[in-house]
Design a protein around this ligand. Structure first.
Ligand SMILES: O=c1[nH]c(=O)c2nn[nH]c2[nH]1
Length: 296
C-alpha cells in the first residue's frame, strides 16, 4: 500500500485579541476558533516510516497561530486566515499546502444609556463569520467566506405545494406555513495570487459579508417562498450580483419543521390550517436543502 494523502494540524485553537484605542478610550475585541492543517509533499511518507524529522509538531502550529495573532491584524477573518495559511508553505519547503478555517464569534458592543459602551460586549447569537483559506505553493490563495449559525424564522410568507404526489407521499400541501432555518452560506472569491493580493482587497471582505448577510435576511423575510430551494437560489443569485469578485455562492439550509397540533379530539377545538396557533417545533428529522450557484 502507499500513502495517498496526508494532512495534519492543530484543531480548535481558540484565541481572543483586544485592540486598545487609547485616544478614544475604547476597546475592540475579537474572538476566534481556528482549525488548521497543512499537507506535505512527497516526503510525507517518511513520517509514516517512523521518521519524525519532517514533522512540524501541531503544538508548534498552535504557537504559530498565537504569535501571528500578536504580530498581525486578526480582522477581517479572511486576512488572518490568509496570513496563517501563507505562513506554513513559506516557512517549511516540504509543506506544499495549508488549509485554515477561522471562525469569528460575535462580541457585539453593548449600547448602554443609548451610547456604545467603550469596553462591554454581548454574545448576541451563536452566529459566526467564517473564512476558509487554502494556500498552495505556486498556485495561490483560495478564500471562501461564510456565515454559519444564523437562526431565522418567519411565521407566514412560506408555502409548499404542487410537489410530487405518489404512493410514498403523505405530506399535506400548504399555502401558509412557518419557515425556519439556520443559515450556512459561503461565497468563494476569485483566486488571489499572493498574500499582498489579499491585503489589497481587505475592504471588500467586510462589505461582502454585510451584503451577504443583508441579502440573506431581506430575501428570507420578503420572498413569498414557494420552497426552500427557490428562496435560497434567489439569495445566491443576489450575492453574485452584488459582489463581482465572488465566483461562487453556496447555501446549506436545514428545514426546521414546526408541526400543527390537531386538537379536534378536545371538544372540536380547531388548531389546524388557518386556525393553527400552537405548533410543535421538531428537533428531528429535518429537511436539508443545498445549492451552489456559480458565475457563468
Ligand atoms: O421547502 C421545502 N422543500 C422540500 O423539498 C420539502 N420537503 N418537505 N418539505 C419541504 N419544504
Amino acid at each position: 500500500p502507499e500513502l495517498s494523502a496526508a494532512r495534519y494540524g492543530k484543531d480548535n485553537i481558540r484565541l481572543y485579541k483586544v485592540h486598545r484605542d487609547e485616544a478614544r478610550g475604547t476597546h475592540t475585541v475579537t474572538e476566534m476558533t481556528s482549525h488548521g492543517s497543512f499537507a506535505f509533499t512527497h516526503n510525507a511518507s517518511r513520517y509514516t516510516d517512523a521518521d519524525n524529522s519532517v514533522i512540524v509538531a501541531t503544538d508548534s502550529m498552535k504557537n504559530t497561530v498565537y504569535l501571528l495573532a500578536k504580530q498581525n491584524p486578526v480582522t477581517p477573518p479572511e486576512l488572518f486566515a490568509s496570513i496563517l495559511a501563507s505562513h506554513f508553505p513559506a516557512k517549511y519547503p516540504h509543506v506544499h499546502a495549508a488549509h485554515v478555517k477561522v471562525i469569528a464569534h460575535r462580541w457585539t458592543r453593548m449600547t448602554i444609556d443609548g451610547k456604545p459602551h467603550p469596553h462591554s460586549f454581548l454574545r448576541d447569537g451563536a452566529e459566526t463569520r467564517n473564512a476558509e483559506v487554502v494556500c498552495r505553493r505556486g498556485t495561490g490563495i483560495i478564500v471562501r467566506s461564510g456565515i454559519q449559525g444564523l437562526l431565522v424564522l418567519k411565521s407566514t410568507g412560506s408555502a409548499f405545494h404542487s410537489f410530487i404526489r405518489d404512493e410514498y407521499t403523505s405530506l399535506d400541501e400548504t399555502w401558509d406555513r412557518i419557515l425556519s432555518t439556520e443559515v450556512d452560506a459561503n461565497w468563494e472569491w476569485r483566486p488571489f495570487r499572493t498574500l499582498n493580493d489579499v491585503k489589497s482587497n481587505i475592504p471588500l471582505f467586510d462589505k461582502a459579508w454585510e451584503s451577504a448577510r443583508n441579502i440573506t435576511l431581506e430575501t428570507f423575510a420578503n420572498d413569498n417562498s414557494v420552497s426552500v430551494q427557490a428562496t435560497m437560489y434567489k439569495m445566491a443569485n443576489e450575492i453574485l450580483a452584488a459582489v463581482s469578485e465572488v465566483s461562487r455562492v453556496d447555501y446549506s439550509l436545514p428545514n426546521k419543521h414546526y408541526f400543527e397540533i390537531d386538537m379536534e379530539w378536545h371538544k372540536g377545538l380547531k388548531n389546524t390550517g388557518k386556525d393553527a396557533e400552537v405548533y410543535a417545533p421538531q428537533s428531528s428529522p429535518n429537511g436539508l436543502i443545498k445549492c451552489t450557484v456559480s458565475r457563468t
